[in-house]
Every structure is written in structure tokens, then in C-alpha cells.
Design a protein around this ligand. Structure first.
Ligand SMILES: C[S@@+](CC[C@H](N)C(=O)[O-])C[C@H]1O[C@@H](n2cnc3c(N)ncnc32)[C@H](O)[C@@H]1O
Length: 218
């Protein structure tokens, strides 16, 4: 049921419950992918981060922390308290300076143009209304700032795309993430200007997207 702000509170609370539930095993489940590819991709994402004030949306258990730029002031937000608890432990273990806050990506509690750069990795597959979340990202990123997204999405191959549609309801219940989001379209819809897209897995299954907020002429 959408709230006056357009947020589907029921879907949002369900997403939070799902990530709270998998938080204890999240790192374990992802272990192989992390070693085979994710670590490399995370480094690639953060090597492109710019500016001092950086927001990480959907920080999860803090897997990006080893790659944070040293001189940046980073704020990480997530809807799941249990994922954040693990992120806090990781920050202490790694000696990472980061402010971690419980927050919904669909209603960011920051004023306009608060950040030089916004980063999200594997997040907009689970945010209930990805366009609303991406509009919020656009709002809090300063004009000319950079937005970097690493996302898996619906395969471009029609057969694989249909399979993703078929298995999506099961996957989303178990894991909280959708297999068939049309993330590039969502990024356009949210008013972001795409600067560059790198396809990291054949059929466009995983993409690294670098974008900027579209400058509005007054
Ligand atoms: C697949 S995990 C990715 C975590 C981390 N970014 C990583 O790369 O390992 C998705 C994360 O997005 C968070 N998330 C989902 N919906 C959200 C929302 N509406 N607002 C903030 N965080 C959200 C989940 O709680 C979870 O931590």
C-alpha cells in the first residue's frame, strides 16, 4: 500500500525483514562470487569514486569498506538493522572510519546536493521502488557529482530474460533481490544521465553504471 510519499510501506518492511533474516549468512552465501569476481568489481567501482563527501546506499555488511578512498568522509545507509550491525563490526575490525545509519533509500534524510558522489553495489535489485530510490540518489548528489552503480539485472538474451522472470518470485522471497530488474531503464527514468556502462557479465547480467544527475535549466 503506497504511503502519501509514494513509498510502498508493506513491500519496504518485507525487504527489511528479508535482509534482517539473511544477515547472519549473507557473507557466507556470497563467499565464492566474492572471491571469483565481486572483489575485483568493487575495487573498480571505488577507484572511480570522486570527491570528499560520499554516500554508500545499501551498505549491507560493509563489503565495500576495504576499497573506500582514504581521504573521503563516507556515510553508509541501509534499511536492515541486522546488516548494519555486521557492517559496524567490520568497520571496527578494519579500522574504517564510516558513519553508518539506518535509512530507507526511497526517503533519504539528507538535503539536496549533500554529496559529491553516491555509490551503490547490488542494491537497486532489492529496493522496492528502484526509480524512487534512484530519484533520491539524484536529489542528494550535487550537480556535476558522480553516481556509481554496480548491479545485476534482467539478462538481455530473451530466453535468459524469461527464465529470470520465471524464477524471480522464488529468488526474491529467499534472497530479497529481484533477478529481472530493468535497471538501465530505471536509471533513465529517475533523471540520471548515463556517462558510461561497462558490461561485466555476458548478456548484460551485471553492469557497472557511471551516471550524473541531469542538470536542470531554470
Ligand atoms: C544484495 S545486498 C548488497 C549489500 C552490499 N551493497 C554489497 O554489495 O554486498 C542489498 C542491500 O540493500 C539493502 N536495501 C534494500 N532495500 C533498501 C532500501 N529501501 N533502503 C536502504 N537499503 C536497502 C538491503 O538491506 C541489503 O543490505
Amino acid at each position: 500500500m503506497p504511503s502519501p510519499s509514494g513509498i510502498d510501506m508493506q513491500a519496504t518492511s518485507l525487504t527489511k525483514t528479508r535482509y534482517d533474516r539473511i544477515a547472519p549468512v549473507y557473507d557466507l552465501i556470497d563467499f565464492c562470487c566474492e572471491w571469483v569476481a565481486f572483489k575485483r568489481w568493487r575495487k573498480r567501482v571505488w577507484d572511480q569514486a570522486e570527491g570528499i563527501k560520499i554516500l554508500e546506499v545499501g551498505v549491507g555488511t560493509g563489503k565495500n569498506m576495504p576499497y573506500y578512498p582514504k581521504k573521503a568522509q563516507i556515510i553508509g545507509i541501509d534499511i536492515s538493522d541486522k546488516m548494519l550491525t555486521r557492517a559496524r563490526k567490520r568497520a571496527v575490525r578494519l579500522g574504517t572510519e564510516v558513519t553508518l545509519l539506518p535509512m530507507d533509500a526511497q526517503a533519504l534524510e539528507f538535503s539536496e546536493a549533500s554529496f559529491d558522489c553516491v555509490v551503490a553495489t547490488f542494491v537497486f535489485c532489492s529496493v522496492p521502488d528502484p526509480v524512487l530510490g534512484l530519484q533520491e540518489v539524484r536529489r542528494v548528489c550535487r550537480p556535476g557529482g558522480r553516481i556509481i552503480l554496480l548491479e545485476h539485472m534482467r539478462p538481455e538474451n530473451e530466453l535468459f530474460g524469461r527464465l529470470a522472470d520465471l524464477f524471480n518470485p522464488i529468488f526474491v522471497r529467499l534472497w530479497g533481490a529481484n533477478l529481472n530488474r530493468r535497471t538501465l531503464e530505471n536509471v533513465h527514468q529517475a533523471g540520471l544521465e548515463i556517462e558510461r556502462v561497462e558490461t561485466l557479465v555476458p548478456s548484460g547480467l551485471v553492469k557497472l553504471i557511471v551516471a550524473r544527475p541531469i542538470m536542470r535549466s531554470s
